[in-house]
Design a protein around this ligand. Structure first.
Ligand code: AOF
Ligand code: ZN
Length: 377
């Protein structure tokens, strides 16, 4: 939600309070695991009496946190919530029940919960109890904010973001392979923010061999580092690669996606003895990426940031596995011979090109960030 004009002078309305709830949800992106991000605001007699967000899977839901702050003032209040209150017993009891018990008068909901365990039942429970329920207030913003959760809960696959940083002519490195740096500092900070907001980061083994990246989140303030996933069909990863070392302390959070016949059992055992998970995906020459994503989802990973190089990004596109692209474009030209950002065999006809919709262009320092949704019809 980007306010237009003076942020201090927004007319008070349902959108005004929902905007605050959405802001709280937005700022917790990356920390709720497979759960959605949710914010809630309790308003009584024209004043905010409670605010809350769902902070972590297993902990209190947003409405419960907000109601707790409101205490007895929740009675007769209006509660704003960015996602339909739940109706099921999960890690916590149903929020709809809690709202009914608190005696609230009105509940304003941005969008329905796509979780099949809820989907409409929470709203129905509230209505049955005589509470006025309004839905669809800032629904599009709310759905956009939870696009990763929506994909995961409805398909059983993680949301896949493909990120690249290239020159205007689509090159990620020069003809000699030099790639430091394509984009500037502002763009690189946004990349680290993207890492914080994804459960896993994925690269091909060639990137590990060429650059030995650590794939951690590094920002001026501490951020959450994603689980590192390396696609390595023949287990060629160097033993001393940085991605095999722990992020801070404790178990290294690294997963290798490989093939059934990688032909290197000794290496697999060595990696596993270091706490690295090795998951065979398919019996072919290359890792079956669809199977890989399924395996990651089964491990509780609801979003994956694919960060290079050109071969892996191209493979994800060729397999139609990408939900969103984040393309950083540096105002530079490298000419022929450089490495392409998307190494897939292109189509022969222009009408078969992968079209991007929902295009957004944002300046990122001296560079541009172009966001789009590939249409796979
Ligand atoms: C809400 N408010 O703040 C959130 C909701 O395992 P649990 O108990 O945390 O339940 C997770 C499910 O609850 C999740 O898949 C989604 O359907 C809903 N999340 N619901 O009313 C919240 N985080
Ligand atoms: Zn709930």
């Amino acid at each position: 939600w980007t306010p237009s004009g003076d942020r201090n002078l927004q007319p008070m309305s349902d959108e005004y309070y929902m905007g605050l709830a959405l802001d709280m949800a937005r700022h917790t992106q990356g920390q709720t695991g497979i759960n959605p991000v949710v914010g809630s605001v309790v308003v009584r007699d024209g004043a905010v009496v409670g605010m809350g967000a769902h902070l972590k899977r297993g902990e209190g839901h947003a409405e419960v946190q907000a109601l707790q702050m409101a205490g007895e003032r929740a009675e007769g209040s209006t509660v704003y919530v960015t996602l339909e209150p739940c109706s099921h017993y999960g890690a916590t009891p149903p929020c709809s029940k809690r709202l009914i018990e608190a005696g609230v008068s009105r509940v304003v909901v941005a969008c329905e919960d796509p979780n099949p365990q809820v989907s409409g039942r929470g709203i129905a429970m509230l209505k049955e109890a005589g509470i006025t329920v309004e839905t669809g207030v800032m629904a599009e913003e709310a759905r956009q904010l939870n696009k990763k959760f929506i994909k995961f809960i409805t398909t059983g696959l993680p949301f896949v973001t493909l990120k690249t940083a290239s020159t205007l002519d689509g090159k990620i490195a020069t003809r000699t392979g030099d790639s430091k740096w394509v984009t500037g500092e502002a763009a690189r900070q946004l990349v680290h923010t993207m890492r914080h907001q994804h459960a896993a980061i994925l690269v091909g083994v060639n990137t590990v061999i060429a650059d030995d990246p650590s794939l951690t989140t590094r920002l001026p303030v501490p951020g959450l580092s994603p689980i590192r996933v390396i696609v390595d069909s023949k287990l060629r990863i160097p033993d001393d690669a940085r991605v095999l070392k722990p992020v801070v302390y404790g178990d290294p959070e690294t997963i290798l996606l490989t093939t059934m016949n990688h032909g290197n059992v000794e290496k697999q055992l060595l990696l596993e003895s270091k706490g690295i998970r090795v998951i065979p995906c398919g019996g072919g020459e290359r890792v079956d990426l669809h199977e890989g994503l399924k395996q990651l989802a089964l491990s509780g990973i609801s979003s994956v940031l694919v960060e290079g190089g050109g071969t892996i990004g191209g493979a994800f596109l060729a397999e139609k596995l990408v939900d969103e692209v984040q393309l950083f474009l540096a105002p530079k030209l490298l000419g022929s011979g450089g490495i392409d950002s998307f190494g897939f065999a292109g189509p022969s006809r222009m009408k078969e090109a992968i079209a991007l919709t929902n295009l957004q262009i944002t300046p990122a320092g001296k560079d541009l960030l172009l966001t789009g949704t590939p249409s796979w019809e």
